[in-house]
Design a protein around this ligand. Structure first.
Ligand SMILES: [Cu+2]
Length: 188
């Protein structure tokens, strides 16, 4: 699985460069989850991982809206067979809004979704979508949605970016602790 190897290697590089991964080879972006907006420490390096209270993509006015159901990926972690839901991507004059709504997740489980650069049928979404292909693996150069399922296993999150992600192809959901594992994918 060269894809997964290179993906994991990319994460290690990102961790080394950014010193932001807190140990191990898996990403941990849980520190900025569900703050409800306006809580970006420092303000210099805005690390937007989503805002559950932002206007959902399907409600953005004047947008070009793409939407699809999630399909389970064969790489999914054990215990995720019930995961299901919908992804929306809205391109609008203010940039891009991405929303996901899922059910069947682990109660109170932590997840990470990224916008990816290939359709679900190609390499399970391929690499992350980047606005600048030579740029950072973190937002705002990528679109990430960090979220925690509620006690019933429902997850909901919206991420905003001020650029139009025209070339985005899919949204892939991972366990937050193992972001090289791919649970589900929705074409966008
Ligand atoms: Cu991803």
């Amino acid at each position: 699985m060269t894809l997964r190897k290179s993906f994991a290697a990319g994460l290690v590089v990102a961790c080394a460069v950014l010193s932001a991964c807190g140990g191990g080879s898996s990403e941990d972006h849980s520190t900025h989850m569900q703050h409800g907006g306006g809580d970006h420490a420092g303000g210099g390096m805005q690390m937007n991982m989503g805002d559950a209270n932002a206007t959902p993509a399907k409600d953005v006015q004047g947008a070009q809206l793409r939407t699809n159901a999630f399909t389970l990926l064969p790489t999914r972690a054990p215990g995720t067979d019930q995961a299901a839901g919908t992804a929306w991507l809205a391109i609008h004059p203010g940039g891009t809004t991405v929303t996901l709504e899922m059910t069947g997740l682990a109660p109170n489980g932590k997840y990470m979704a990224h916008v990816h650069a290939k359709p679900c049928a190609e390499e399970a979404g391929g690499e992350h979508f980047k606005f600048d292909p030579a740029g950072s693996e973190m937002p705002p150069n990528e679109i990430h949605l960090a979220f925690t399922a509620d006690a019933t296993g429902r997850g909901f999150m919206t991420a905003e970016n001020d650029k139009p992600a025209e070339a985005a192809k899919s949204l892939v959901v991972h366990p937050a602790e193992f972001t090289d594992n791919r649970i589900a994918c929705a074409n966008l």
